[in-house]
Design a binder for this molecule. Sequence first.
Ligand SMILES: *Cc1c(COP(=O)(O)O)cnc(C)c1O
Length: 410
Amino acid sequence: MTHHDELRPDTLAVHAGMTRNEFQAVVPPIYQTSTFGFTSTGEGAALFAGEQKGYIYSRMGNPTVEGLENAVAALEGGSRALACSSGMAAIHTALAALLKSGDHVVCSEAVYGPTCTLVSGILTQFGIEASLVDTSSLEAVRAALRQNTKVVFVETPCNPTLLISDLEQVSKLAHGRGAHVLVDNTFMSPLLQRPFEFGVDVVLHSLTKFLNGHADVVGGVIVTRDQEMYARMRRALNHYGGVLAPFESFLVHRGIKTLALRMERHCRNAQAIAEFLEARPEVKWVRYPGLKSHPQHELAKRQMKGPGGMISFELAGGLEAGRAMMNSVKLCSLAVSLGGVETLIQHPASMTHASMGAEARQRAHISDGLVRLSVGVEDVADLIADLDQSLKVAARVRPGARVVPEQAVG
Ligand SMILES: *Cc1c(COP(=O)(O)O)cnc(C)c1O
């Protein structure tokens, strides 16, 4: 793996994690097996004792899965990675590996909805205390840290408000109190943001999103930078059991080969669409890190290599106008998830962030009228034409009014 240190990220996306195999196949084989034979009892014992390297059983390690893990670790500039059966499995495994009863976790208040529920509604059942704060405010992070804070969990840009947390400063604050910093890097992918460069301890991804990129796999990954943290995470994953299967690993690894091409197009399309939306009278506000109007545009430029493919906005006509727009798109799909080649539109308050509850949403500034767009890699002119026709439908809606069907309008 060492020669990878000299390769640039776009090259790593194509080559990292490729292992030699018997027939020199250019694409690594799928080792669709649950278990691996031992040549002798001695070898079996040596493998279990960790005295010999090799494979035992696919929950504990599998060459196809390991190829994907090595690819993600190289892209993040970490040392090792652990592929998990979903992004939530990765988040749960990482938190459970680091926290015990009586510990405290600080978490971004605007995060992926189920992360919020896991931290504030499920881990609390095990005696783990949680504070959800605006981690884009260093004051709020400082005020939330306690004697027993063991983890600061940050999502940046956060979902769906796209506020940005300063990873270097948050890491300094947390490390000053002996807490580990975990970053959900799903919205950026390793090509747009490498949290380890800012002192973060563990990086997490939902592989389901940009890394796989084709909306056909659910998966997650934990990336570590030192051996001790890796061993702690591997032990947790091995016993909680949420590992990724070989075939899923193969698909994600294949997706990663085009990550650089895709991220470039996601950023270019999203920038054009954000500017288009911002200029429209039907739109009240647009939040996108690539816009000068983003409150942390300068921090975005410093910390991120590109503004990404995610946009949030609200229509002047509020929730009803937003619903009318989402119901009238033809090329964009009304669906949750993000980071795939196809453009998706959704309504966080009733969909991805419904489980958070109205009060938590309000605190995190997730308004009922907020619409989230995951911009795909289509021709941007086709996307803008679709958004244009759906905005025209939405413009006919008055706040509180029912949606007027298109054919009824003269
Ligand atoms: C989707 C997502 C997750 C959860 O991933 P799954 O693969 O759906 O379990 C976590 N964080 C972010 C930011 C996400 O977008």
